[in-house]
Design a protein around this ligand. Structure first.
Ligand SMILES: [Zn+2]
Ligand SMILES: [Zn+2]
Length: 355
């Protein structure tokens, strides 16, 4: 395949100013493959990146955001033997430096050389260029082969699925038959609800305030949904659990209120996974964590190869994320795509950009 010299890309020219322009196709470094981008999913973190940037992002006028993506390998650096031309892949946005003590332990999403490209670290779409473009250069250790059964669009959601699975790994998994409460029916929460069932939960209770999202949750496997506008969630969960509380609470709202309330939904010796992105400090009853013997964890993104392990689950239909894909746009329409996403126009959940 002939690779052109330039490509279309959505570049951040100033905060809040994302524009499609022509950029040089990335030049490959050691260990990198060039992808012809298939699909990119807009992430909940993208609007904030566009509005305010990200610590250490590439210079304005150069920075290409976009980090949940799939593509086809169209070129490789001379040292690359791990992937072949024509292979379809999904990408992990975190590429650890491979030399710090966290990377050596597999904890590459908490690489100690974060944001230091000279040390080999990359975070595509954050501290390095991403994929709202026709082409993207990615290190082979961020690539996962995409089976034919997974479309580029659904494959773009594997990053989020990997984050969900990493959250469960960090909190000790789901034990068969447990009652799992998931708060917040955004993409992360909806995938968390489905994954809990796949991992063997006895009962999944999904809470939220938007009925249309809760309905998607029921389609994706939630056994019970509670609308916090109509129901006292805490009372309802206590009633459903004989006054004991849930075995595991997965907090996905990112809001201070529900984050604090998670401690009121869990049983003694229960577990809480905080999966949201919390933009403000949250007051928690720390003494309850001690006295109730609680385990509290949080996953930093799609760590520990969970993206790879989400793939067979998706192939087998045990993770079916197609109901989350509500809108599709071309790269030229990227600002309309973002308006649709942030305004939740037409019930938008996951909005896909196809270069
Ligand atoms: Zn994301
Ligand atoms: Zn590292």
């Amino acid at each position: 395949m002939a690779i052109p010299k330039t490509m279309k890309a959505a570049v951040l020219f100033g905060y809040g100013d994302l524009r499609v322009t022509q950029k040089p196709v990335p030049v490959l470094g050691e260990g990198e493959a060039l992808l012809k981008v298939g699909s990119v999913a807009i992430c909940g973190s993208d609007p904030a990146i566009i509005a305010k940037g990200w610590p250490g992002h590439p210079p304005l006028g150069e920075f290409i955001p976009g980090h949940e993506f799939t593509g086809t390998v169209v070129a490789v650096a001379p040292d690359v033997t791990e992937v072949k031309l024509g292979e379809r892949v999904t990408v992990e946005p975190h590429k650890g430096c491979g030399r710090c003590v966290n990377c050596l332990r597999g904890l590459y999403t908490t690489c100690l050389n974060y944001g230091k490209p000279e040390k080999g670290h990359r975070h595509y779409g954050f501290s390095s260029n991403g994929a709202y473009a026709e082409y993207a250069a990615c290190h082979v250790n961020t690539l996962h082969r995409l089976p034919e059964a997974i479309s580029f669009e659904e494959g773009a959601l594997l990053t989020t699925a990997g984050t969900v699975l990493y959250g469960y790994e960090r909190v000790g998994g789901v034990r068969p038959g447990e009652t799992v409460v998931v708060t917040g029916p955004g993409a992360l929460g909806l995938i968390s609800a489905q994954a809990a069932k796949t991992l063997g939960a006895g009962r999944v209770i999904l809470t939220g305030t938007r009925e249309d999202r809760l309905a998607v949750g029921r389609r994706m496997g939630a056994d019970i949904t509670l609308n916090a506008r109509e129901t006292n969630v805490r009372d309802a969960i206590m009633e459903l659990t004989d006054g004991i509380g849930a075995d595991l609470v997965v907090e996905c709202t990112g809001q201070a209120g529900p984050a604090a309330e998670a401690l009121d939904l869990v049983r003694k010796s229960g577990r809480i996974s905080y999966n949201g992105i919390y933009h403000e400090p949250v007051t928690l009853q720390l003494n309850k964590i001690v006295q109730w013997n609680l385990l509290i964890t949080g996953p930093k993104a799609e760590g520990m190869w969970n993206t790879e392990r989400a793939i067979p689950l998706m192939v087998g239909g045990r993770l079916d994320l197609k109901p989350l894909i509500t809108h599709r746009f071309r790269l030229d329409e990227i600002n309309l795509a973002f308006e649709t996403f942030t305004g939740r126009a037409g019930g938008a959940i996951k909005v896909i950009v196809n270069p």
